[in-house]
Design a protein. Structure first.
Length: 159
């Protein structure tokens, strides 16, 4: 019963975040990192890295947190944590390898303290960029340059 209630409150909370689209953050901290437990901010991820969302809540206590991840094609993916009592939360998409796309991602996050009226709800947003691996990009450029040079010399020889 309590799980259904918290899930229902979380759905309402995250619907509010999408509708309000608030530019400010009620989190103490909200940013992307490259690992669970890391507090080092990172905004650019290589293709083979998994982004993690770090959320610093304003206080400890029973909470539910979650995030909507918007990919470059404006598709949304949802992840959540809770009920939990930690003040520091790390979230990632468990199916990241299936949904990752190159370019800018936007993440909207929210928290809910169901039993604390002073810090009942809050939200914030952040973003990050996924770039191709440098090695793949270099190989692509070298291969393209080789094909272009070959074509140039072939046309020059024919004329």
């Amino acid at each position: 019963m309590a799980k259904k209630l918290i899930t229902g409150l979380a759905v309402i909370l995250f619907s509010m975040v999408v509708l309000v689209n608030s530019p400010f953050a009620d989190f103490e901290q909200i940013y992307m990192t490259d690992a669970d437990g890391s507090t080092t901010s990172k905004t650019i991820f290589d293709w083979d890295e998994t982004p993690w969302l770090y959320l610093g809540l304003p206080q400890s206590g029973l909470n539910v947190t979650g995030a909507l991840w918007q990919d470059p094609n404006s598709r949304y993916y949802f992840t959540y944590s809770g009920p939990d009592t930690d003040q520091d939360i790390w979230l990632t998409l468990h199916n990241w390898n299936d949904v990752k796309k190159l370019d800018l991602w936007n993440v909207k996050a929210a928290y809910l303290y169901p039993h604390n009226p002073s810090h009942h709800i809050g939200w914030g947003c952040t973003s990050f960029t996924v770039t191709p691996e440098p090695i793949s990009f270099i190989l692509f450029l070298v291969g393209g340059a080789t094909l272009a040079a070959r074509r140039y010399y072939k046309r020059r020889r024919e004329s």
